[in-house]
Design a protein around this ligand. Sequence first.
Ligand code: HEM
Length: 474
Amino acid sequence: MLSLFNPPIDTVERLDTASRVFEPARTDYYQGRSGGQLQRLMTARKDFLAVWRQGDYRDKVSDLKMFGRQVVIVNSPEAIKYVVATRHENFERKTPQMRRALEYLLGDGLFISDGETWKQRRPLVSDIVHKNRVPAFGPIMTDTSLELVRRWEELGDGATVNALHEMAGLTAEIISRSVFGNDLGEDAAAAVTEGFTSYQSLIDSINLGYFLGFDEGLPQRRTPSLRRSVKRIHTIIDRVIEDHLAGKGDHNSMVDLLIRRQSRNPELKLDVVALRNEAATIFMAGHETTAATLTWAWYLLSRAPWIEELVHQEIDAVCGGNAPTVADVPKLKWCSAVIEETLRLYPPVPILARQNKQADRIGSIDVKKSSLIMIVPWILHRTPSLFDRPNEFLPERFAEGKRPVPYSYIPFASGPRVCPGLQFGLTESILCLAVIAQRFHVRVKEGHKVEPACRLTLRPKGGLPVTLHKRRGL
Ligand code: HEM
């Protein structure tokens, strides 16, 4: 038997996880020439990961001009602490990019709000998804994963599926049952999920107006297809909320918790629209991220079967033949380490972008008001001075309570705006991984080239085709 945290040295091959360190062919990106700037902006619009240069993977703060706009890249733990914690009030604001892209769908939902609205709503949403509530949602996580496992079993050994679509379906179902309750119905749940997916594909990922001088950016164009997506989502969510307000609907759901909080604290003034905005925010923030985490975990495990073997041994030792439950999660230490290492190499939110309210100074850089501040977990997590062998998949970094240097590992962000669903997302990822890995080996389809691509979240471009193989003896 392999020891859990000390795999034999010869099995720890060098696994270069498709690190994307680019030296641009043109050298004028940083030199203020508008041709280079436009090229960089257009590259970022198509693929945000393609714009980084070797020098960006250093523990430092740097800046550049994009047309008239100052862009500051913050890649040192001390400077990150300064931005997200010490000077949170000055840097709490999301960029016009993010606000403009999501406001049509999420209104003043927590993800894009700031100032008083954010201060008032943050404790409310944090309480709804708080770690103490996670065990109550555990059975939804296990049961929904088991439904997927049963469906896969019927496909037969060696079947091919797209892991990204499968994981997106799984996590959408989990968050939908958690937020709206079990009564939403399959068709409505699918319509909400499709609505969110199409909304994301239709919005502009770069707000050119912001770079051209409009501090608040320019409004997102509301095309007929975008309007259709939004209307579909809003209509369904409003109906659920109205049912709950009328005393109907699942009392264990997050929507019900939100409504009960509102009736205890009427000063919150959460009307149907505000309730819808928060429910939609939790749905969106909580579904894509876990789907991406699980998809990348299958990719990494497929390339490191010696680590997968340890995952299987642990699940068998902890759960025997029973399906893993939320009570098993604290004992699934190797599965947790695999998820944490996956979040390091492929952070689902690879960029945290902010707009500072007032001029400031980060490290040695003077920052003008309304600049674009970028903390990029994608580069931070692969910075050689912060992580030994940064491009290798080594879950043992997180074994036996080991933690990276503070503010060097931030897949859930950090400071007052840290992800309130951190414990929900971690538990869900570990549990879904364990339920599925108990039954299956997942292998990336032979010959498929995996390429990370980033829009709102970091995903494998075109999905991840995998083959499914039942574990022997099960
Ligand atoms: C592996 C899973 C997850 C990851 C990696 C993740 C990551 C993040 C990150 C990085 C942020 C901050 C974004 C920024 O500041 O620009 C965030 C915010 C947020 N997340 Fe998560 N998240 C995950 C799961 C969840 C889940 C399951 C929920 C809800 C059930 C959730 C709810 C939220 C909300 C409401 C915010 C906005 C918080 C605020 O602005 O105050 N997340 N998440």
